[in-house]
Design a protein around this ligand. Structure first.
Ligand SMILES: [Zn+2]
Length: 383
């Protein structure tokens, strides 16, 4: 029950609760254990699930903060429904995101649920406190950075920053965009050591399998020189996996600490710089890869154009990124763990990726998603 500007990895669902609950007629729980809550971003995010077994009524859930009531939105929670043997379509989850500017510096929060048969449930009071911090400096984005259209639908706010879906290409993008200086400062040595690397270690096996699949997809497009460039290398582990398959890889990352790590640990050829200034347009690469990086970059149109120019004829661009059309964003909206508008500036869709690669003169060969549809890939060829 905490939210920060970089909260994405910390909002994962807590399956432990499911195992500890016994079958009682009515249940209310939060996805994280009650305890002191610290808000170090711009939003107090409260999510969990509430159900009354004797009722088909999903009921109403309110988040009560020092006497002020905020309505929570009901959400579908297939995991909870399965555990409790309920209809998966029943909205048993709830979520509320409250801008910290509406809150006192510290106070108490509880959740209440009421159902048609007058059953009422309450959690205990939980203390919260938000850390003093400067507001995020923002510049409003006027038109869609992917297709240029101004028509859009505001999806909501998170961390006090609005996101909108483009009416033309369907990309979901941050409207109140943090300034370039703020974005660059976010990718610090502390971010790399405390957030990026632990998350990567926790998923090491899954990532190895994932990268192996990406490299399988690149294999038919490899030329004699096997030259590959990666945009947003992080620690360089994808490039290391590529090298083990015989690729000659180079890459760029904005985070100097990540670049230093990849050079030191794996002796990789990495440059610390913004992605769109470092792709050599005359390089003639067999493959350019952006693996979970495009959503972080302010101008994906420019990055993809430069990547396309750096390919040899017949070379391929591979993008794998976050998707707005999967289970997570579709059911949770702005409360989805994919949402972090100061970090994930975009949630893509097939149509927005198609627009990016075709505008750059590339021919899309393949689109694919992960099982939940929360990540999407495109492979596109230089003619
Ligand atoms: Zn658009």
């Amino acid at each position: 029950m905490t939210s920060t500007v970089g909260s994405v990895s910390r909002l994962s669902e807590s399956a432990g609760f499911l195992r500890r609950r016994t079958r009682t007629p009515a249940i209310l729980t939060l996805d994280e254990p009650p305890g002191p809550v610290t808000i170090d971003g711009g939003t107090l995010l409260v999510r969990g699930w509430a159900v009354h077994r004797a009722s088909r009524d999903p009921g109403e859930v309110q988040v009560v903060i020092d006497g002020e009531r905020f309505s929570a939105r009901r959400t579908v929670r297939p995991d909870v429904a399965q555990h409790l043997e309920l209809d998966p379509a029943l909205a048993v989850g709830f979520t509320a995101a409250i801008d910290r500017r509406r809150l006192a510096h510290r106070g108490h929060v509880r959740v209440e649920a009421t159902f048609e048969r007058a059953a009422s449930l309450k959690t205990p009071d939980i203390n919260f406190e938000h850390l003093a911090g400067d507001p995020v400096p923002v510049e409003e984005v006027g038109t869609c950075p992917v297709c240029g259209d101004a028509e859009r639908q505001i999806e909501g706010s998170s961390d006090g920053l609005r996101m909108a879906r483009c009416a033309t290409c369907a990309v979901v993008y941050t409207v109140d965009r943090p300034t370039p200086g703020f974005l660059a400062a976010r990718y610090s040595a502390a971010y790399f050591a405390d957030e990026y690397l632990p998350a990567l270690e926790a998923e090491a096996d899954a990532m190895a399998t994932h990268w192996s699949m990406l490299l399988d997809l690149l294999e038919p497009h490899r030329g004699a020189a096997s030259r590959l460039f990666e945009i947003g290398t992080g620690a360089g582990r994808f490039l290391r996996a590529a090298r083990q398959r015989g690729w000659d890889g180079r890459g760029v990352d904005i985070n100097a600490a990540a670049v230093e790590y990849g050079r030191r640990e794996y002796e990789l050829d990495l440059v610390a710089a913004p992605a769109d200034t470092e792709i050599n347009p005359t390089a003639g690469y067999d493959a350019v890869v952006s693996e979970m990086s495009l959503e972080h970059l302010p101008d994906p149109h420019a990055v993809v154009a430069r990547a396309a120019a750096a390919l040899r004829p017949g070379g391929v661009l591979m993008i794998f990124t976050v998707c707005a059309d999967g289970d997570s964003f579709t059911s949770l909206g702005m409360a989805s763990p994919l949402v972090g508008p100061a970090e994930h500036l975009f949630l893509f869709s097939q149509s927005s990726l198609e627009r990016l690669v075709t505008d750059a003169g590339l021919e899309p060969l393949l689109f694919w998603t992960d099982e939940a549809g929360d990540s999407i890939g495109v492979l596109a060829r230089h003619p």
